[in-house]
Ligand binder design. Structure first.
Ligand code: PNS
Length: 184
């Protein structure tokens, strides 16, 4: 009798916050793998809006209907995390040609570091192919409607984040017209 092997994939990213585009890729990955670990990266080079724990909470919340999904965080190299998790595959979403160069470079480097791990690219649905966490945050920051782009719990969290920020008064230096120093 053949031994059933668990096919595990890691879907890494910043997920700041998770969007409908990410969710679309996660759902597609769940059709291909028995176990999909959504891995939230610590990235000191990127200033995040949401703390890691909050990003993980939101991912767990919006993927609760997908039994194959686990949510984790990692700090070192992605391939090391994948190895330790017993994953054979890294999943990345590819939205447009503009994503390609960065994704290709990362996939080749990860292959060099861990030849036994493959990267596969999944294309999101047409309706979500233009979405990015960065644009969603920009719209939310300016008070725009983000509910078409993110799952409801994410929309609620982002709206609350930016509403809080808008309520806080600007520091005195910025609240009025700035006085220029007088010329002598
Ligand atoms: O959603 P993002 O920000 O495009 O995700 C990028 C991410 C987290 C997948 C990438 O930065 C990453 O893998 N970071 C972990 C550190 C690492 O392994 N770097 C080498 C990649 S070649």
């Amino acid at each position: 009798m053949p031994i059933a092997r668990t096919r595990t994939a890691v879907y890494p990213g910043s997920f700041d916050p998770v969007t409908n585009g990410h969710l679309d890729v996660i759902e597609r990955a769940c059709r291909l793998f028995d176990r999909v670990i959504v891995a939230v990266a610590h990235n000191e080079q990127k200033a995040a809006l949401l703390p890691i724990q909050e990003r993980m909470r939101l991912i767990a919340n919006v993927t609760s209907h997908l039994k194959a999904v686990e949510v984790a965080t990692f700090d070192g190299l992605l391939v090391e995390f994948a190895r330790n998790a017993g994953a054979s595959t890294l999943v990345r979403g590819l939205r447009a040609v503009s994503d390609f160069e960065y994704e290709f470079q990362m996939a080749q480097m990860n292959r060099r570091l861990a030849p036994e791990i493959e990267t596969i690219f999944l294309t999101p649905s047409e309706e979500t192919s233009y979405l990015s966490s960065r644009l969603v945050k920009e719209i939310a920051r300016r008070g725009g409607e983000i509910s078409p782009f993110v799952p409801p719990p994410v929309a609620i969290t982002l709206k609350a984040q930016f509403a809080d920020r808008r309520k806080k008064p600007l520091p005195a230096r910025q609240s009025g017209p700035r006085k220029l120093p007088r010329r002598k």
